[in-house]
Write a protein of this length. Sequence first.
Lengths: 646, 242
Amino acid sequence: MAESRIVGIDLGTTNSLVAYMQGGKPVVIPGVDGSNLVPSVVALDPISANGGRPTVTVGNSARKALIETPERVIYSVKRLMGRGLEEVRKELKYFPFRLAGGVEESEVPRIQLGELRFTPPEISAYILRQLKRNAERFFGAPVKQAVITVPAYFNDAQRQATKDAGRMAGLDVLRLVNEPTAAALAYGLDRAREGTIAVYDLGGGTFDISILKLRDGIFEVQSTNGDTHLGGDDIDNLLLAIALDEIHAEHGVDLRAHPGAVQALRKAAIDAKIRLSSESAAHFDIELPNGDRYQREIPRGVFELLIEPVLARTAGPCKQAMADAGIAPEQIDEVVLVGGSTRIPAVRALVDDLFRLSARGKKPHIELNPDEVVALGAAVQADILAGASQATGELLLLDVTPLSLGIEQLGGTVARIIQRNSTIPASATEHFTTGVDGQTNVAIHVVQGERELAADCRSLARFDLKGIPLMSAGLPRIEVKFLIDADGILHVSAHEQRSGKAARIEVKPTYGLTDEQVENMILDSFDHAEEDFASRLLIEARNEADSILAAVSRAPQNPAWNELSAEEQAAIAVARDRLLAVKQGNNLAAISQAIVALDQATHRFAELMMDAAVASAIRGKTMSEAGKELNEAVTAPHAMAPAEFK
Amino acid sequence: MLKVVDTAVPLACWSCSVAHNESTLFCPHCSKIQPPSGGDYFSVFGLQPNLNLDLAALEREFHRLSRKLHPDRFARAGESEKQWSLADTALLNDAYRTLKDPLRRTEYLLKLQGAEIGESSAAGAGPARGGEGKGGNRKDPSRVPADLLEKVFDLNMQIEEMRMAKKMGREDPELRESLGKAKEKFDALVAAVDRDLRAQWQVWDAGDAAAREPALRAMAALLDRRRYLGNVVRDVSEILGV
């Protein structure tokens, strides 16, 4: 193939994935640890003893660092994308991250991570680069173009921030696709479906509902709605808050002062939540610093009562989406469930009720893994963009803009110029004039949202039309064209019609990075010249082999080692020797396979280590002690090329 | 809004240089995509500016053109073709959204014909211009159609009463019933306007130049009334929660 591959990426709140089309079917590309999911966690490694530059790790190993060095780890960064300082400040109440100081109100907020500070798009760029590398390793060829999914209800700034992240990661983002629409594509590929479908997507941090009409391979979105602040994270936070409060009240221990312990408790809360989807009760049994035990049984009934208000918040958007599409629940032929949180039985019951499914003898679609379906759909869209494919040649996605676009009028009210749920690309042309003789500037405030007052909507940008020719008030006639492109991002152009002059527009996005800032944040990376590529992959694989081998050699000193059976220890030895044997050769595939094999052989050991570390963090061991243990552990190394900083 | 082009000026295709009619989105000779032309929404679909439309055929044509024009089909094309695809598809989508809806379609035709109708006379009002939009926040009493003045006044009193009752947390079933009846009445008024509007469509589409002028004026008045009634019905539905 002359042109490079286009991959599909699901950049999720909790997990991220990369997928591509293989022989007419979308498949997820696994990381080197064999896992399809890359946790959306980014950690700054501790500065090494020999004073090397700090490196960034992403995924499973970064997640482990959450307990070890919480001040150097960031997760759920998607919640911060495209948001202003004030919004991020509110958001951070629920997260252990710190805002970097000295940032102006009008600037993109920065998160303090150890000794460095990052904007949310930069953090996302690290996750994207990891996925890019996983794909490159898989193909043995560079990957430069991608389709990235975003929540359907993402606004302009959040979409732009996602695109910026792609650019920083060295990816040409050919299209942003809405997550529920992508899921519909993944399902629609199987058979030629016709009819009206609803996609209910409750992920880690966002909720979307989209209603689509399928006909002759055209996926036409009728309406979309959602909440970019609603997801599994909220459920975790509820459980966590209860545990923290109870521990404080019953045992007089305030764990909130210990970030590591909070993260360990958070992990226990997430485990409990997951167990409650298949079992009737989950248990907390945690040893506290003062030697007490916090023991708590959570019956499913109590859990469901607890999360009811969170789940109820998804009902309003569903009803609004149906109203906007002009359909009743009975007219929806099929419902697709997307996102890990749709595994919760109470969520399924709510969906069943909202769309009257069992009453009509129907069941929601859950055939595709709800964690993977969005990435699979992104791969389908990537194939559509690549063109000339048998599998997708007849498919076309017609999506909509989730929010109305408006202009602030005198008095602070909003004049809507593009209504929500308009098929994109969409445009509107407006005319403006001056109010004072000789006026040469006109300021325009563009907002997104459904409220009547501009102050209640989301400020998108302020445009200053400059260079208006000197004329009496009301005489100039400036035509401004607003265009929302296929990614859901706004473009503006203007010209003065009487003089024929193009009025100059100065765009000041309310939230967002300038082009120049994005340019400066492009991640330092290897030279991507094709001829160097094979050797680069080989070097990366060898480095990775070295780090896993070093970890394995230290393993027997760890107490967890003795919990392994003799067979398990022998299996690790065999896998280690195999990797040692192939490491110096030039066979990249053999090295990668040997790494995966050793990683899998040490998987249980790594888990034992994690459990021990979690327990010790909660028991209130000092951070450094807990850290030391983790450092010596075999932490299943993820595909991690060292990241470098300027 | 789009310029209305009176005479079709032949243009040369950027790719094959063969001259073509300006309102085409593809070169008839080499099939390459063309920059957006000055055609109106009707001409995008190859239609005469008539108000009775076959909606199923409109949808089929919308899908057929989308397949050819959509930016997804030009992801790896040159920069100009990408831009034209974006602009053409925006025009196609704007046109489809406008034409498939009977009220927007009528309003658009009036605009093409230069009729000044209510809120849609958007041009040249400065930053505080009027927009198409719902305009629900604009309740200029002078714009209440004279025959409705009394009915609307009563209704607004009741809506306000209901709002107060709701705030106090109690509900008056009698008031609810009365509001429900009022809603039925206004629904019927809306239906009557829609019927009258369709009758004017027939006059317009018949194409008799002498009859068209009064038809336009009648439609402009009907649209104003329809928009006003629509807002009233929306407010009642909102307070009744239906």
